[in-house]
Design a protein around this ligand. Structure first.
Ligand SMILES: Nc1nc2c(ncn2[C@@H]2O[C@H](COP(=O)(O)OP(=O)(O)OP(=O)(O)O)[C@@H](O)[C@H]2O)c(=O)[nH]1
Ligand SMILES: [Mg+2]
Length: 379
């Protein structure tokens, strides 16, 4: 009767039920209280769900993505690596937070040639982030869904130490850097056996590892599957392909505070030591703004994206569409609306700096950066 919270009521009731002597006379009272207990537990469960829903709705870490999402991250240090300074430079947001620790993500828009990038200034990663330290799980989960991650490395501090902390936390969180998912597809079947198909010449080189590949698949608890291999693999990649929690992310390095003394050596070291894993390393200085002038162009290149304009009559639509650099007319048609694909008749492509200038093409025609496409349909 004294119990106030739901948890307390449940605890007391459980105690009560366990203490009541079980015989005919108490049978009913126990049964009634058991029902009451079940109801209270039910209430508690829906309470928890409601709270979770509420907190996820208002969590500053649940970021609605807009345009190409770019996250700024770094290790935790005082003073910081310069994320908020870069955020301010790119988005023009108010700069009163520079030099103060950023505790929750700050979101702003950076526009480059009418292309929208959503820049997110994240709180710094602390040691143990992958175990939940300092909102680490929320930060890592945001990293998993971003289009591009910029690791900011303070060139005025020990580079290896900063890189080690960040790479360790990313690795613990199963985030793979600048690699594509392994060329393996695993489809579960009802056939009660594991069959491996080697679908390219490169893949056929692994025929002699057939048994090992099957063993790794079985180890994950799958006993009936079709494993399709399309290219160069190893057993680790097979086990990666079986692990849905692995995320493959595009990541670049920004060496910050390039205006401080001796930072050229530090930048050279950063390049030498990490350019294998990070093909794009940019030196920036919040004071001179070097390196960030063409930032949009650099990152579109790095992400292998091209911009395609669509045209209808005499009007070229703005902003352009941003698509992968191996996109065809079909990808554009589908991106505009599936009816453009369904009722596709032909397209006209206008290409600058080419003899072609204007060409009538089919649905599988491959596009180039800055092409203008006009699609004609049968209806
Ligand atoms: N000399 C120099 N100082 C910089 C540069 N960029 C940032 N700073 C200074 O470094 C300090 C930290 O900068 P912030 O941009 O707040 O760093 P942060 O990464 O956002 O820091 P946290 O939010 O605490 O993780 C500030 O005092 C900045 O003025 C730069 O390019 N050159
Ligand atoms: Mg900050």
């Amino acid at each position: 009767m004294d119990a106030k919270s739901l948890e307390e009521k449940i605890k007391k009731l459980e105690e009560f039920i366990s203490l009541v002597p079980k015989h005919k006379a108490t049978e009913k009272i126990v049964a009634l209280n058991r029902t009451r207990l079940a109801k209270l537990k039910d209430e508690l469960e829906s309470d928890k769900k409601r709270q979770k829903k509420l907190s996820s709705r208002i969590s500053p870490f649940s970021i609605k993505s807009e345009g190409i999402q770019v996250l700024l991250i770094s290790d935790y240090n005082t003073p910081g690596a310069g994320k908020t300074t870069i955020f301010h430079y790119l988005t023009g947001a108010k700069c009163e937070n520079i030099g103060k620790f950023t505790p929750i993500p700050q979101i702003g828009i950076y526009k480059f040639e009418n292309i929208k990038f959503q820049i997110v200034d994240m709180p710094a990663l602390m040691k143990g982030a992958s175990k939940g330290v300092g909102h680490g799980l929320e930060i890592l989960s945001a990293i998993r869904s971003a289009d591009l991650i910029c690791i900011c490395i303070d060139l005025g501090r020990n580079i290896k130490k900063q890189m080690k902390l960040i790479l360790t936390e990313l690795n613990n969180a199963n985030i793979r850097i600048n690699t594509t998912p392994p060329p393996i597809d695993i489809e579960k079947t009802g056939s009660n056996k594991i069959q491996v198909l080697y679908l390219t010449e490169e893949a056929k080189k692994y025929l002699n590892q057939d048994e090992d590949i099957k063993l790794v698949v079985k180890e994950s608890g799958i006993h009936n599957a079709l494993v399709k291999i399309y290219g160069k693999i190893n057993l680790e990649m097979v086990s990666d392909a079986l692990n849905p929690s692995i995320a493959y992310k595009k990541i670049i390095l920004l060496g910050t505070k390039g205006d401080l003394p001796n930072t050229q050596n530090q930048f050279d070291l950063l390049k030498k030591k990490y350019e294998n894993k990070f093909p794009l390393i940019i030196g920036v200085s919040g004071i001179k703004d070097e390196g960030l002038i063409d930032f949009g162009k650099k990152i579109l290149n790095f992400l292998n994206k091209i911009k395609i304009f669509t045209k209808s009559g005499n009007i070229i639509a703005e902003p352009p569409l941003i698509v992968d650099n191996d996109s065809s007319v079909k990808d554009i048609a589908l991106k505009i609306h599936k009816s453009f694909y369904k009722y596709f008749k032909y397209a006209v492509v206008y290409r600058k700096d080419s003899q072609m200038k204007k060409k009538r093409v089919g649905i599988n025609y491959l596009l180039q950066n800055e092409d203008v496409v006009e699609i004609f349909t049968t209806v």
